[in-house]
Design a protein around this ligand. Structure first.
Ligand code: F0G
Length: 457
């Protein structure tokens, strides 16, 4: 059969509250034109993030009941740690409450108080840092350097592995400033430029450079399964391998990993910190206890650990991944057919609208992505996320609006509704107002800033 169906039945449902454009216009003003400030009941289709918003399976809910809440040494922890080891090969496993807790601990371990022989700030290269990763690296006193290839920074260009690291630039950096680089990171899939995958060939080459210069390689592996699926589909010689074998090779190439399990862990909350080096692991465990919790729960409940253990098994299922990636691709194809420019090809977890192309009348300082995101909400109640100058805090290389697809949550008719909303917004794109910021905190401003449309009184 050609039709790829959602490979699950729905056992429990959650109502969506419908609303009108007039209601939403008023709610948007009340929220300071910042979609993060909206109560989610006022959203029709919530594509703000794919993080923690997925539906758990009946097996995961069964695990929730099995959860053991002992403070230390709960069987739930050992089931979780075994599932992580089976999947990744790492034996040093720490649970955390979510991905950024791993980032904070890693940056405190490897960056804080570090001086460089050159007297310059340490620099952490990555294909592209996610915003919390960048903020944690900078908070640790280092520079967060993005080294995507030119293809990765060209939204309209179709290429199989646009998450790849620019190897020439990484090599040049390491050759010139090896002592200033405490570790190298690579994000699979690369969220910032469109959920684009990294090839195994590129990962191996990054590993070889890290070996040559004696640097640890840390994976930001939130979407490790989607990355492996793309490798299986697109990388020469990989089609015959099991997804789990590809996942394992991804992890085998790394010295450590930070994982937000809210993505490919298929859970509502949870994170995983992996470190090969026993001494670093010991120090990370101390830091975990300081702020997250004891090493066998890391700020989570036992039931969360059980849900993760099951989710980490389900996420590498071929039927699931085929449906997952295809449903995102379907949205991308329909938007392209409607004449909307997107980051091509669509990524694993989201479709990213090129707002700069849609609104050429709005310069970066008028926030074209914000303009499109607000219009999507007002027109159809679709909540998206600006990934551009608002999020970056300075003029960004790309002005994108992300439609992130929660896992196993929306059906094809929901996606068709989203296509209709985006098409309607695209038809009026030339008339969308620009925005200015009325108030904003100094860091991570996109979460709480208040805006004003420039035609408003
Ligand atoms: N790294 C990447 C690549 C991410 O996409 C995220 C989160 C994190 C780290 C941090 O994980 O949220 O569990 O602390 N991304 C979410 C998103 C928030 O919407 O893309 P966290």
């Amino acid at each position: 059969m050609k039709t790829i169906i959602e490979p699950f039945r729905i056992k429990s449902v959650e109502p969506i509250r419908m609303s009108t454009p007039a209601e939403r216009a008023a709610w948007l003003a009340e929220a300071g034109w910042n979609l993060f400030r909206l109560p989610s009941e006022r959203v029709v289709i919530d594509l703000l993030t794919d993080s923690g918003t997925g539906a758990m399976s009946s097996e995961q809910w069964a695990g929730v009941l099995r959860g053991d809440e002992s403070y230390a040494g709960a069987p739930s922890f050992f089931r979780f740690a075994r599932a992580v080891e089976d999947l990744t090969g790492f034996t040093n496993v720490l649970p955390t409450h979510q991905g950024r807790a791993c980032e904070r601990i890693l940056c405190e371990l490897l960056l804080r108080g570090r001086t460089t022989p050159s007297g310059r700030r340490p620099v952490v290269p990555n294909n592209a840092h996610f915003d919390t990763t960048r903020a944690n690296v900078e908070h640790g006193g280092a520079e967060a350097l993005d080294l995507l290839t030119d293809a990765g920074r060209t939204p309209g260009l179709v290429a199989p592995f646009k998450g790849d690291m620019d190897l020439a630039r990484l090599e040049a950096l390491l050759a010139a400033r090896a002592d200033d680089v405490p570790f190298v990171m690579i994000t699979i899939t690369c969220n910032t430029n469109g959920g684009q995958p990294v090839s195994l060939a590129n990962l191996r080459a990054v590993r070889a450079l890290c070996d040559r210069f004696g640097k640890p390689l840390i994976l930001d592996a939130c979407r490790f399964a989607e990355n492996a699926w793309f490798v299986k589909q697109r990388e020469p010689g990989q089609a015959g391998r099991a997804v789990r074998a590809i996942v394992r090779e991804q992890f085998d190439l790394a010295d450590g990993a930070t994982i937000s399990a809210k993505k490919d862990g298929l859970v509502n909350t949870g994170g995983i910190l992996l470190l090969r080096d026993p001494e670093l692991f010991r120090r990370a465990s101390d830091l975990l206890i300081l702020t997250e919790g004891y090493v066998t729960y890391g700020g989570l409940a036992g039931r969360d650990l059980e849900a993760m253990a099951v989710g980490l098994g389900e996420v590498t299922d071929d039927d699931y991944l085929r449906y997952r990636v295809r449903s995102v691709e379907f949205l991308g194809e329909r938007l392209l057919a409607a004449g909307v420019e997107i980051v091509r090809p669509p990524g694993g977890h989201a479709v990213y609208i090129d707002a700069a192309k849609l609104c050429p009348h709005l310069p970066a300082e008028r926030f074209p992505g914000q303009a499109v995101a607000c219009a999507l909400y007002e027109v159809g109640g679709v909540r998206s996320c600006e990934i551009g100058t608002v999020m970056r805090g300075e003029p960004a290389p790309m002005e994108l609006v992300r439609l992130a697809i929660p896992r196993r949550t929306y059906t094809q008719s929901h996606v068709e509704y989203v296509v209709e909303v985006v098409t309607e917004v695209a038809a009026r794109a030339a008339t969308l107002p620009g925005y200015e910021i009325v108030e904003a905190p100094p860091a991570l401003r996109h979460f709480s800033a208040r805006f004003r449309p420039l035609n408003a009184t």
